[in-house]
Design a protein around this ligand. Structure first.
Ligand code: NAD
Length: 490
């Protein structure tokens, strides 16, 4: 299996010997069909598309392109499985299947992690330590609820909705699939899921694992394709619930398509999180949090801390430390265990990030970008930040979805809060201070679904996640995430 040519261990003068994760243990087929009714089947029209490794630009596999006729087959299989097996099964039995998926994911974690990094470009450290363990944790968590729904929602007679149509993005491919599939199954629904077109492989591997786990055919169906396949799922009359994670632009289109209909839906959309650093914060710790907040997963994170607000008296110190730290980040081969920043997921995304770098400068911002060399092939972006930008700058207002931070300063608490809330988004935020009272005031004032205090980008299956304003409708995770897959009566 080809990997990026080399890792450029440019890290403030330190050279690290490459430490690549082996790919000997993984199997990627040269072609994948659609997982419908328990089997991999050919797409009706026989069309396939390439999925590539963004670190080498080489093809990893060819994947079926599902048309409306394939989506229809998948929805019908899900309906049959719902009516004849899954909704009738004893909840404790359903739970056993979901526990089995969780355990098998743990057993095959190394394989899933390597494939996630190959297909998506994220550093192996992240896929190994975050994506795959968290995906397994979601299956474990929701498996536990399957036979306790009456306790989760006492006196509400919880019943499943039917067939869930689920569409997910490319930034956390397996984790997003777990966020969607695990609660849906625990609640007694069946599923048709579509992964993003640039990262279909771990969802297809999950399909294999689900077949190996012996799940009844049709309970989970995985169809691959791009936007048209997604909209065929969303608009299919046999789907009872739509769960979408992706951009706000597509989310709005979906919301319009569903308006006035009977399908229930949850939309998890974009973000432009504020990370707020007060002068009394532990500065070194805050700098690490800023780095984690925006450079983690190449900034391909909906809740990335992409706007930084620093109290004026410590702004020079924070910017200087951040600049030094940025120089030590290793950009390169996603499979290398030394790598901090892997490949940008696609050429299209890289072009978008580069455009924003130009926009920020044209708007009068000062661009500071790390200086290391980049591998010759593949899609790469050095970490960067802007200073001298204003509230109206596009790099401050719009979601870039890359390793690019916009820095502004503030003097007072109220100014920080007002600036932080001045965005159409409201997914997440962060506050760094030594004072508990400031944390409480800030978390109450910030219009965001999740606010981290003296940390950033921490996830747990028991905790609900989702946004306000244009960041979405509904919540995933925790009991809120289960509720979204149930009809609750009195
Ligand atoms: P995207 O909206 O372009 O695509 C997301 C998915 O929707 C893909 O599978 C795509 O094929 C499909 N799709 C595209 N057009 C569609 C249509 N008309 N109907 C139905 N499906 C359609 O988003 P992306 O670029 O893949 O992902 C990045 C976005 O996802 C960012 O905006 C990010 O903030 C957001 N995101 C949000 C969360 C969250 O929990 N709020 C989590 C991860 C990512």
């Amino acid at each position: 299996m080809a990997t990026a040519e080399n890792t450029l261990a440019f890290s403030g003068g330190w050279e690290y010997a490459p430490a690549p994760e082996s790919t000997d243990h993984i199997e990627v087929a040269s072609r994948y069909g659609l997982f419908i009714d328990g089997d991999f089947v050919r797409p009706e029209k026989g069309r396939y598309f390439d999925t590539i490794n963004p670190a080498t630009e080489e093809r990893l596999s060819r994947v079926a392109l599902a048309g409306p006729e394939d989506v229809d087959k998948a929805v019908k299989a899900a309906r049959k499985a719902y009516s004849s097996v899954w909704s009738r099964m004893k909840p404790a039995e359903r739970g056993k299947y979901i526990f089995r998926i969780a355990r098998m994911l743990q057993e095959r974690a190394r394989e899933f992690a390597a494939i996630e990094s190959l297909d998506g470009g994220k550093p192996i450290r992240e896929s190994r330590d975050i994506d795959i363990p968290l995906a397994a944790a979601h299956f474990f968590y929701y498996a536990g609820w399957a036979d306790k729904l009456e306790y989760a929602f006492p006196g509400r007679r919880p019943r499943p909705l039917g067939v869930a149509g689920q569409v997910i993005p490319w930034n956390f491919p397996l984790l997003m699939a777990a966020w969607k599939i695990a609660p849906a199954l625990a609640a007694g629904n069946t599923v048709v899921l579509k992964p993003a077109e640039t990262t279909p492989l771990t969802a297809l591997k999950l399909a294999e694992l689900i077949a190996d786990a012996g799940l009844p055919p049709g309970v989970v169906n995985i169809v691959t394709g791009a936007g048209d396949t997604g909209s065929a799922i969303v608009e299919h009359p046999g789907v009872n619930k739509v769960a979408f994670t992706g951009s706000t632009a597509v989310g709005k289109r979906i919301q319009k398509a569903l308006a006035g209909g009977r399908k229930s839906y949850t939309l998890e959309l974009g973000g432009k999180a504020a990370n707020i650093v007060f002068a009394d914060a532990a500065i070194d710790q805050a700098v690490e949090g800023i780095v984690n907040g925006i450079f983690f997963n190449q900034g391909h994170v909906c809740c990335a801390g992409s706007r930084l607000f620093v109290q004026e008296s410590v702004a020079d110190e924070v910017v200087e430390k951040l600049s030094q730290r940025m120089e030590t980040l290793i950009v390169g081969d996603p499979l290398d265990k030394n790598t901090d920043i892997g490949a940008i997921n696609s050429k299209m995304q890289l072009d978008k990030i580069r455009d924003y770098l130009k926009v920020g400068e044209a708007e009068g911002g000062s661009l500071h970008q790390a200086s290391g060399k980049l591998p010759r092939k593949g899609y790469w972006c050095r970490p960067a930040f802007f200073t001298g930008v204003s509230q109206s700058s596009r790099v401050v207002q719009e979601e870039i979805f890359g390793p690019v931070l916009a820095i502004q300063t503030f003097r007072t608490f109220d100014e920080a809060l007002e600036k932080a809330n001045n965005t159409p988004y409201g997914l997440s935020g962060g506050v760094w201070t030594d004072k508990g009272a400031k944390i409480f005031r800030m978390t109450q004032g910030l219009k965001a679904g999740v606010v981290w205090a003296n940390t950033f980008n921490k996830f747990d299956p028991t905790s609900p996640f989702g946004g306000y304003k244009e960041s979405g409708v509904g919540r995933e995770g925790g009991l809120h995430g289960l509720d979204a897959y149930l009809r609750l009566g009195e």
